[in-house]
Ligand binder design. Structure first.
Ligand SMILES: CC(C)(COP(=O)(O)OP(=O)(O)OC[C@H]1O[C@@H](n2cnc3c(N)ncnc32)[C@H](O)[C@@H]1OP(=O)(O)O)[C@@H](O)C(=O)NCCC(=O)NCCS
Length: 171
């Protein structure tokens, strides 16, 4: 397993967010954002973290303190039930080394250690094998396919995976 460290989102993470603002990552969400929108997203991450409703992290590996990707979880409404949703990305040159699944497991541990017990969902598109593999490797359970509204008016054909934090805390 790769050695990784998660660092809670901080003022220094604007550059990381700019590096993640690629067509590949953002086309699912309507396309790359302009500088103003990236800055607004960065400030939103900082604010939501202060408020305790969303937690984004920089993924650090040895020799790369500026980060090689990001992972996070936030409050989510699952068919009317309170839940958490999670998401992740790893920069292209660092893929295929198991960084994302290791980071997701560490994030789930962090969430559990801070007292979270709600189920954590993830919604990779059905045509995203790498991200579906991350769910499987991190121990999520596949519930089935879902038409997921990623943002108002943007519906994606995704899988719905869930990780049961409450069950893992009893294990
Ligand atoms: C999904 C993603 C985070 C996976 O990160 P990762 O650290 O490369 O994860 P892994 O090393 O476990 O690889 C996952 C799968 O990617 C594929 N993969 C392997 N090598 C790869 C490479 N060099 N480049 C891309 N994908 C590769 C494999 O299918 C692998 O699964 P396997 O090990 O079971 O064969 C990364 O591909 C990414 O950032 N993709 C774009 C963003 C995205 O889709 N985010 C999720 C939105 S829900």
């Amino acid at each position: 397993m790769p050695e990784i460290e998660l660092r809670p989102w901080s003022e220094d993470d604007l550059a990381l967010l700019h590096r993640a603002n690629t067509h590949e990552l953002m086309d699912q969400l309507g396309g790359p954002e302009n500088d103003e929108q990236v800055l607004a997203r960065h400030e939103r991450y900082l604010r939501l973290q202060r408020e305790g409703t969303a937690h984004q992290f920089r993924i650090i590996i040895p020799g790369h303190p500026d980060g090689v990707g990001m992972v996070g979880y936030w409050q989510h409404d699952w068919h009317g039930e309170p839940a958490l949703e999670s998401g992740w990305s790893v920069e292209a040159e660092f893929r295929g080394q198991g960084i994302a699944p290791t980071a997701v497991v560490a994030m789930l541990e962090t969430a559990r250690a801070t007292g979270e017990t709600l189920p954590v969902h993830a919604y990779p598109r059905v045509d995203n094998p790498a991200s579906n593999a991350v769910c499987r490797k991190a121990g999520f359970r596949l519930l089935g396919e879902e038409q997921f509204e990623a943002k108002p008016g943007l519906v994606l054909h995704t899988n719905d995976w869930v990780f049961d934090l409450a069950a893992s805390s009893r294990a």
